[in-house]
Design a protein around this ligand. Sequence first.
Ligand SMILES: [Zn+2]
Length: 314
Amino acid sequence: MVKDRYDYLPNGYQETIEKGPNALRVFRRVSHGIGTREEQLKRLKNELTNADAIVIGAGAGLSTSAGFTYSGERFEKYFSDFAERYGIADMYSGGFMVMRCPPEVLWAYWSRYILINRYQKAPKPVYDDLLKLVRGKNYFVLTTNVDHQFQLAGFDKERLFYTQGDYGLFQCSVPCHDKTYDNRDVVLRMVSDQRDMQVPRELIPHCPVCGKPMMMNLRSDDKFVEDEGWHKAAQRYNAFIEENKGKNIVYLELGVGANTPVIIKYPFWQLTAQNKNAVYACVNLGESYCPDEITDQSVCINADIGKVIKDLVE
Ligand SMILES: [Zn+2]
């Protein structure tokens, strides 16, 4: 929506995801890389040291490795009352379930969720270690994560493109306009002032323009608002890819699952195949692979991301 104003800007997101279907036509068989774990790790370390540019592509697996779990102990700690009354089994499904509840209840749930999954740092220092790995280098981060952990760890904001939004921003649910709003103050108040799983009515967020309910700025359907900050980040990402074409570039993919491969995984495969100086590194516990066609340019490490990053930093 309201995209016209940004038509003059190159849209790194659009250009990136358009590579997706092409990747499927080109790459048919997958490989798990060459060499032992130690050899792969050593090679990746070497490639990162000598790289002209590093593009980090981060998915949900990176935050899982950093300790963001949505069930078990962490869920019990913050949501045991919701579990008891509404039969919710984990944070994720609960987020959908409360959408059917009155807004007082919905925001009691979501304010806690946003507080612990966006405003608080991840339990383990995986993002901090990752920053140590690239600090002072020519890097850029492309991420589908909406938990703000790159910013909280101190990554340069100008080197980040979070394509799917941010829990820390509200937008109009219609949406009637394309601005987003920082929600920190109201989220903190909703958490502290809620009683018996309900926030006071006056804290329920409404659009300042049309008065309709606000929602989180997350890409889940076509109502997602791509605000000015989003478009500028898309442009910077695009420029970074252009500037470093043909150079020794490492596409470091961390924890990208099979759910949304068109945003990070498939474009990384294609960009690697188009540049003989590029390296594709896939670090993922249980899902580490590359297309056959670029095996020689790939490093696949099937292990906990946090542990791999720690090994790379040492
Ligand atoms: Zn509105």
